[in-house]
Write a protein that binds this ligand. Structure first.
Ligand code: F0G
Length: 432
């Protein structure tokens, strides 16, 4: 294997490993960080990234590989890209009013090629899989990782194995895994069990594991922070708010921010807020009690993307919360659905897990933790069409939840195919 300019370091014991070897964890069981030799990164200037925005090359257009000196310095002809990123950063007066924050922006990671933020990490993970000569890849997933991995594996000509919790994956995501040709195995258990199983199966069957325990997934994922700060002209917001499940995304955002600060791109770190669903809140509990994470058994939430009780990257995430004086908050399913309906009705739209982040902002503002005058950026993680069942059930009035007032219900109306009846109906619906 040729020499590379990075190595791997254990988050728990600091043990170092070579940059490219078939390894996801330290011998002690701890998760690993990619540690860069910052030579190439130090030479790069913000103007390089600006210039690449105007390029027609896929590796420059990608919102991950545009920052390649900071992500993973590999040969550009080795890269497997769709290209990802370039997601919009929205402002919405309606959502600002809803949360109580004046300067609210929303970065819509659901606008990635497969409809979720996972594509940023996946392009790097699959590129490394190819570099390692792997032909088969695997992941456990609540849906979006599997959709993303299936697509990138298809592009790279690899066989994908996905392990999903049976009956608990939103239909848009399952449809993608099937359509992109992944071998899709529905495990009769929850995500946490599927995750434990896939690590073992990958080891025994020589499959390259592409969950976010894989440190290269984190390297791509951190480009959300690069692109967001680039969008903002390298001015840090006061807060970045993100939903938390397996905690790869929040860990990656922190790593990206920390590296930007070390390289002098931003003078200070924004505060991180990670929002969990009440029924799947192990990080929230650990944060509140100041004790190590204890898994939540049988996690439950309508936001199936974050229905996770034993998150792999909790240590990396808490490290980021601590270093940024961040917070962890929890929200109920009713709050998640209400916030999602607001997001949708604002014309932006996202899947339920993203609603959790917006609901979290509202709760943190009400508690006085986020100031009304502070600049808040919310990361929307998945596209509205990922989970159409929840939308249709919500608007059909079928979702009965304590605390859910469902004021924004928009029921479809049936009509006989007659002009007069239809005109009357349209006039009635036009009334405020
Ligand atoms: N939002 C969405 C839409 C997700 O799909 C996920 C995670 C998260 C938030 C939480 O991000 O795990 O990095 O803390 N989905 C994973 C999956 C677990 O398998 O698709 P996290």
């Amino acid at each position: 294997m040729s020499r590379v300019s990075w190595s791997l370091a254990c988050v728990d014991c600091g043990q170092r490993y070579a940059g490219l070897e078939l390894r996801y964890r330290c011998a002690c069981g701890g998760t690993l960080d990619v540690v860069h030799d910052q030579g190439a990164a130090r030479a790069v200037k913000p103007e390089t990234f600006d210039r690449r925005l105007a390029s027609r090359l896929a590796v420059d257009r990608s919102g991950v590989w545009r920052y390649r000196e900071l992500v993973l310095p590999v040969r550009t002809d080795e890269i497997v890209t769709r290209p990802e990123g370039n997601t919009n950063l929205y402002a919405s007066p309606a959502l600002a009013a809803y949360t109580g924050v004046e300067a609210l922006q929303l970065k819509h990671e659901g606008e990635n090629p497969t409809g979720s933020f996972k594509d940023r990490g996946m392009t790097v993970g699959v590129t490394v899989a190819r570099r390692l000569g792997m032909e088969r890849v695997a992941c456990a997933s609540t849906g979006n990782t599997s959709a993303s991995m299936a697509a990138y594996a298809a592009v790279a000509g690899m066989t994908a194995f996905v392990f999903v919790p049976a009956g608990k994956v939103a239909s848009g995501k399952l449809a993608q895994a099937l359509a992109y040709g992944a071998k899709t195995i529905e495990i009769e258990a929850d995500f946490d069990r599927a995750m434990a199983l896939v690590e073992e199966v990958a080891r025994r069957e020589d499959l390259y594991l592409l969950n976010s325990v894989n440190p290269f997934r984190i390297e791509g994922q951190k480009a959300i922070a690069f692109e967001l700060l680039h969008d903002l002209g390298w001015k840090a917001p006061d807060w970045i708010v993100v939903p938390g499940g397996n905690l790869g995304n929040s860990s990656a955002i922190f790593k990206g921010l920390q590296e930007l600060k070390a390289l002098g791109f931003v003078p200070r770190l924004p505060r991180l807020a990670v929002i969990q669903a009440e029924g799947a809140n192990p990080l929230y509990r650990a944060f509140k009690s100041g004790t190590p994470l204890r898994p939540v058994v049988a996690p439950e939430t309508l936001a199936t993307a974050i229905r996770i009780g034993n998150p792999v990257s909790w240590k990396k995430c808490l490290r980021g919360i601590e270093a940024t004086q961040g917070v962890v908050e929890q929200v109920s399913d009713a709050q998640i659905l209400e916030a999602k309906a607001k997001l949708d009705a604002a014309g932006i739209g996202a899947e339920p897990a993203s609603g959790a982040a917006l609901a979290g902002v509202k709760k943190l503002v009400a508690a006085g933790i986020i100031g009304r005058r502070e600049h808040v950026c919310v990361i929307l993680t998945g596209h509205l069409l990922k989970d159409p069942e929840t939308v249709v059930r919500y608007h059909g009035g079928e979702l009965q939840l304590e605390g859910l007032e469902a004021r924004d219900v928009n029921r479809p109306v049936r009509c006989a195919p007659q002009l007069e009846t239809l005109l009357q109906l349209v006039r009635r619906l036009a009334r405020p």
